[in-house]
Design a protein around this ligand. Structure first.
Ligand SMILES: NC(=O)c1ccc[n+]([C@@H]2O[C@H](COP(=O)([O-])OP(=O)(O)OC[C@H]3O[C@@H](n4cnc5c(N)ncnc54)[C@H](OP(=O)(O)O)[C@@H]3O)[C@@H](O)[C@H]2O)c1
Length: 309
């Protein structure tokens, strides 16, 4: 079947990572409602099966569950094998799975009223107080949000290159990944913005130095982003840079990143402004841009925006 597009299924196929809840679940629902076959993936089999069943119960029979732990290469390979056997191609990859990069001691219950009257800054400050920035959590944040995403992309790339039309990679990023967070390290900010010369190896070096400085308590001294969410910021900064490298390398694909907005999900302990449906829509808008659309771009709540500010 390889290379023979005429024998491939005509329906578009999408994979969504971290599809069992929050923005990822909404992305699955909206893509499926658009007639796309959706492979909803989750690291927890029970949660993933339940989420896929929920969507199928809404009449979205084209939703299929498959297990995926993004940091585990054998899990990612098993997904690639499944896609190869079942579809032989992939049209859309939404890299949505992520963690906060912080340690949360206990579950916090919230209600809508407690955030009324609070602006974004106040809500983020509240959110920051609910966890601690430990080295282990930071390392896990970088491993999951950057290296896990990259592993999924690299493993599924051959299938995206078999796509009918231009394969799409949508990296769910954040305004926490903007280069403005490197305000105290102008040289690095410029280097990460210079996509003509930036390499994956250099991104690895940057993240290694970041984690070493984190462990040594030297973040401020070396101009890394300041709290809160330092590891989350650096992982998303790296993901944005990698998105641009990949887009240049593969002009036959559309590779973009998206800030979904500040959304009420478990990640934000429901402190956001947008519903998961609204956040999901901001991601799906980019996933469904027509062939020939932007690539190597950053979208903020549905609109193309700067990687810097
Ligand atoms: N919410 C916001 O305001 C906001 C703002 C900017 C960007 N984002 C981005 O939007 C995306 C979705 O976030 P969300 O708010 O919907 O968060 P969420 O509700 O916490 O969902 C995160 C999803 O990622 C999964 N996940 C985490 N680690 C994984 C791993 N190692 N392998 C596979 N799946 C894993 C989680 O699975 P489990 O259920 O098993 O934990 C869950 O399905 C993230 O990329 C986030 O950075 C969110």
């Amino acid at each position: 079947m390889e290379g023979d597009i005429s024998s491939l299924p005509t329906k578009r196929v999408a994979v969504v990572t971290g599809g069992n809840k929050g923005i990822g679940l909404e992305v699955c629902r909206q893509l499926a409602a658009d007639g796309i076959t959706v492979v909803l993936t989750a690291r927890d089999e029970t949660r993933g099966v339940e989420a896929a069943e929920k969507l199928r119960g809404m009449g979205l029979s084209c939703v299929i569950f498959h297990h995926l732990e993004v940091t585990d290469s054998s899990s990612v390979s098993r997904l690639a094998d499944f896609l190869t056997t079942r579809f032989g191609k992939l049209e859309i990859l939404v890299n949505n799975a992520a963690v906060s990069g912080m340690e949360h001691a206990q579950r916090v219950d919230t209600n809508e009223e407690q955030f009324v009257g609070m602006d974004k800054q106040q809500r983020l400050e509240w959110l920051n107080k609910q966890g601690r920035e430990t080295y282990d959590a930071a390392k896990n944040g970088v491993q999951t949000n950057y290296y896990g995403t990259k592993l999924v992309i690299q493993t599924l790339l051959p299938l995206l290159l078999q796509s009918s039309g231009e394969g799409r990679i949508v990296n769910v990023s954040s305004d926490a990944g903007l280069l403005r967070w490197l305000v105290n390290n102008e040289d690095l900010r410029k280097e990460l913005d210079d996509v003509d010369n930036l390499t994956e190896e250099r991104l690895d070096e940057v993240l290694d130095s970041f984690l070493k400085d984190f462990e040594a308590g030297a973040l401020e001294a070396h101009g890394w982003p300041t709290a809160p969410f330092v590891a989350y910021k650096m992982a998303k900064v790296a993901m944005n840079a990698y998105t641009r490298i990949l887009a240049r390398r593969h002009p036959e694909l559309r590779v973009n990143c998206v800030h979904p907005g500040y959304v009420k999900t478990d990640l934000t302990i429901n402190s956001g402004f947008l519903t998961p449906e609204e956040g999901g829509r901001n991601v799906v808008t980019v996933a469904l841009l027509p062939d020939g659309g932007p690539t190597g771009a950053y979208f903020d709540e549905g609109r193309e925006a700067s990687f810097l500010e």
